[in-house]
Design a protein around this ligand. Structure first.
Ligand code: HEM
Length: 435
């Protein structure tokens, strides 16, 4: 599906027809290839992307690991790795880039992913303007309002007794925080959740015509919103990230780079953190002994988040293209090869983490996980995500020690963004409202 990268207007009928035809051809050939590989050839990489295996892709990653550090990918020009050493080197190596990102999620490449698909020097130029919003000093400023917000959300959820943790706590928290940081007023969390799911899902490639339409609409609406806000900030500067970006447009950030950057910051700012909180609580519910450790000592929340990032990361994979023939761990990689770095698999590599399939919140040997990637694209929002998730988990453990799963837990329909769609829970007997 070819979409002009920065078209904020809804596409015309003619454009839509052309896009539809090209899209259907792409979609069905790609889907058929993946299904053939998964069902007929039993390819673990293909299986990890499909519904029956998606909830627990880790078993497929172990099959890949047994085959070696670099295995053929789903496309002829792609290879994949679950080796921690190989992933880390590829992510850091100068011979690899993201420019014109393709590989897994080809359709998504037609949505401009801003920094995520830029190489130096452009990447360095643009990243410089967003980075100061995420320094430790800024984190200290956000910490207090995050704490208050978490307290309010937990109180509201508790009045319900049984509730969907994703809807009541995991989603509204990061949406409020990133909206405030950027300077998006009156963020409507229902609408943003939907945009996040649609655009986050687009990283895997557009799944259907409906998904394509939704993604175009979400992008167009966000585009109009950001155009208006940037215009306002030029004449009425405030203490927010949009003002910093608006003041640097033209000189440092090109006008066509602006909307993709704002959209990335907004969507990456909540779409991933929602899943970090959800995955942490989900794993703690599945490993009750670890939950008991946490409720006995809620100050372990930071370590529990670190272990979730290793054990069940919200982003399962990314990819890089090889720009010059090179060799990693003695294995030659040819220019033009896409390497799919399977973060979820690397984080369970026994060479990097002892007893990797054990979820243990008291671990101290887990910080070298790749949940936030590595190298120049290392997640800009990592400190913010940790701050939010740690606060949420600590308060949940303190105030709902008897928390239980109270229904079926549906998984999200994405391969790259990994998490639960809903997390129905009951707060239990000893739940306490804050005064
Ligand atoms: C648990 C939460 C999060 C996870 C797991 C996560 C994960 C990642 C990963 C894996 C990448 C690099 C992808 C690659 O190497 O191809 C990345 C990049 C990025 N993340 Fe996050 N992220 C999280 C939260 C956030 C937050 C809160 C923000 C805030 C705005 C954010 C903004 C970004 C941006 C702007 C980039 C692009 C950096 C670059 O390309 O230089 N992320 N994130």
């Amino acid at each position: 599906m070819t979409v002009p990268p920065n078209d904020h207007a809804a596409p015309s009928k003619r454009q839509q027809l052309k896009m539809t035809a090209a899209f259907l051809a792409d979609l069905y050939s790609a889907k058929a290839r993946t299904r053939w590989a998964a069902y007929v050839r039993g390819n673990p990489l293909a299986r990890a992307t499909l519904r029956p295996w998606r909830g627990d892709p880790y078993r497929q990653y172990e099959i890949l690991r047994a085959r070696g550090p670099l295995v053929p990918g789903l496309d002829p020009d792609a290879v994949a790795t679950v080796s921690h050493s190989m992933c880390k080197q590829v992510l850091k190596h100068r011979s690899f880039g993201t420019d014109g990102r393709e590989g897994v999620g080809k359709d998504a490449a037609e949505f401009n992913l801003s920094l995520l698909e830029m190489d130096p020097p452009d990447h360095t130029r643009v990243r410089r303007f967003a980075a100061p919003a995420f320094t430790p000093r800024r984190m200290a400023v956000y910490a207090e309002s995050i704490e208050q917000l978490v307290g309010r959300l937990v109180n509201d959820a508790l009045t319900k007794g049984r509730f969907d943790l994703q809807k009541e706590i995991s989603a509204p928290l990061p949406i409020s925080v990133i909206s405030e940081l950027l300077g998006v007023p009156d963020a409507d969390y229902e609408v943003f959740t939907q945009y996040g799911a649609v655009l986050g899902g687009a990283l895997d490639g557009i799944q259907s015509l409906r998904h394509g339409r939704q993604a175009l609409q979400a992008r167009a609406r966000l585009g109009r919103m950001f155009d208006r806000l940037i215009e306002e900030r030029r004449t009425d500067p405030r203490d927010d990230l949009l003002t910093v970006l608006a003041q640097n447009e033209d000189e440092a950030i090109r006008p066509e780079e602006m909307l993709p950057l704002c959209t990335l910051l907004l969507v990456a700012g909540f779409e991933t953190t929602v899943n970090l909180i959800g995955n942490a609580v989900h794993q703690l519910m599945r490993h009750r002994d670890q939950w008991d450790l946490l409720t006995a000592d809620p100050s372990l929340a930071g370590q529990a988040i670190e272990e979730t990032l290793r054990y069940d990361p919200p982003i399962q994979l990314t990819s890089r293209i090889c720009k010059a023939d090179t060799e990693i761990d003695g294995i030659p990689i040819k220019r033009g090869t896409w390497v799919v770095t399977v973060i979820g698999g690397a984080n369970r590599d026994p060479e990097a983490f002892p007893d990797p399939a054990r979820f243990d919140i008291t671990r101290t040997d887990n910080t070298d996980h790749l949940a936030f990637s590595s190298g120049i694209h290392y997640c800009i929002g990592a400190p913010l995500a940790k701050l939010e998730a740690e606060a949420a988990l600590r308060v949940i453990a303190e105030r709902m020690p008897d928390l239980r799963i109270a229904g079926k837990v549906p998984m999200r329909g994405s391969t790259i963004v990994h998490g639960v769609r809903e997390l129905p829970v009951s707060a239990g007997r000893r739940a306490s409202l804050a005064t």
